[in-house]
Design a protein around this ligand. Sequence first.
Ligand code: ATP
Ligand code: PRP
Ligand code: NIO
Length: 487
Amino acid sequence: MSQRNLTLLTDLYELTMMQGYFKEKDANETVIFDAFYRSNPGGNGYAICAGLEQVIEYIKELEFNSEDVDYLRSTGLFEEDFLEYLLHFRFSGDIYAIPEGTVIFPREPLVKVIAPIMEAQLVETALLTIINHQSLIATKTARVVYAAEGDGVMEFGLRRAQGPDAGIYGARAAMIGGCVGTSNVLAGKMFNVPVKGTHAHSWIMSFPDELTAFRSYAKLYPKACILLVDTYDTLKSGVPNAIKVFKEMKEANIPLTSYGIRLDSGDLAYLSKKAKKMLTEAGFPDAIISASNDLDETLINSLKIQGATINSWGVGTNLITSKDCPSFGGVYKLAAVLDRKTGEFNPKIKLSENAEKITNPGNKAIKRIYSRETGKIIADLICLEGEVYDENHSLLLFDPIETWKKTHLAPNTYTMRDLLIPVFQGGKCVYESPAVMDIQTYCKKELDTLWDESRRLVNPHEVHVDLSKPLWNMKNQLLDNYHFQES
Ligand SMILES: Nc1ncnc2c1ncn2[C@@H]1O[C@H](COP(=O)(O)OP(=O)(O)OP(=O)(O)O)[C@@H](O)[C@H]1O
Ligand SMILES: O=P(O)(O)OC[C@H]1O[C@H](OP(=O)(O)OP(=O)(O)O)[C@H](O)[C@@H]1O
Ligand SMILES: O=C(O)c1cccnc1
């Protein structure tokens, strides 16, 4: 929540390293850090990035107050000159980021921080916790919404979220990923997104009988009258009583605009088909049949295959916790250090036994390449800042590991777009976050740029993320230099 001071929301080592930079190094040395992730969550073919607005709020409000400094002093780890520096600390650097709601792929920088090393180091933890959480939930939601094949998906997870923050910002991310509404009222207010809901079993149980409970609900909420039919017996009591109430509404000339039932237990395929038949025969073919009960994309997909007649889905636990894949795995790595003498960035690389974990050095940009004919993504190209491409020329892409795998794009058959946009310049925010519902609209368009092969839930086709020749050369040069030093 934006009013809180999140300045100390960091791992202790960021602060101990900051003090080290302050004392042992040129504290103002400008560096580049990249935030990126290594593999798509939950076996998905892509991810949706989310959380930038909260990162921006966090950076804008970064400020150590005297209580923060007193607390740090009490740890006994920090010296007075450093604590004094913290009292005047402000973020003064540049940040580039991929806008929220964009389809993203592994290894591409989602956020690039160019700042004095002490500042760039401090923001690592909060930036990652925000981006990792919201991107995870937005991606999970995109899968659930895909399985629902155009039916509305409501986010019902607050009660099962891992605490208030996960509930609030998870709801925000779920809206970005495509939910039609959330049951979370605070999220509705904070982000100006639709709030939706039905009623609980307790409502039915608090009345002497189910019919009276339904009648009372319909009287109060005739315009959004979804009745929960499984408290006692779905087909023998719940659905017949709901039909009775809908008939009474019809007879009283109350317009039946948004009305129907919610199933929350039992065999949802069987019950929905039976309920649909009963509602249709009673003259209510357009009644909404919504379902909930530990749903996720796999179950929704299975229910579709079984011919379930459900057309509205309430999804809680599995979505808000991303239960099958509980973390996003975004990391934040040093990519370059400015050489004050030359004014050039010296690229830095992190080595690993695992080729996937070797970082991409330098000051980078990302070009998204689309087919001019279909508008679909062909590949992403990570290149060095300043590389110039011309869509009127041919383009040769190659796999950065299996370099013999090449794709040749003929002139004028593709278009290119820069993914990273300026967010902070010299410490000043230069970007205004769109409204969440506008991000959702943008995200839907983004998802349309994926081939269906990359959207399918199981074993999706991986979109290629290639390196430009200059970046590939730089990376290999650094690897060679390292091995040369070793030998
Ligand atoms: N036709 C179906 N195919 C696959 N899964 C289903 C089907 N119908 C329901 N499910 C799912 O099976 C799981 C268990 O449902 P089950 O009916 O066993 O328990 P329940 O009726 O929810 O009992 P409870 O009253 O304790 O909630 C839920 O996740 C539910 O969504
Ligand atoms: O199953 P989820 O995907 O997590 O969706 C949210 C669940 O929360 C409610 O159940 P709960 O038992 O908490 O309350 P209720 O009495 O309203 O059913 C609702 O009926 C759903 O089953
Ligand atoms: O409004 C609902 O039906 C609802 C809200 C939260 C959790 N389960 C259901």
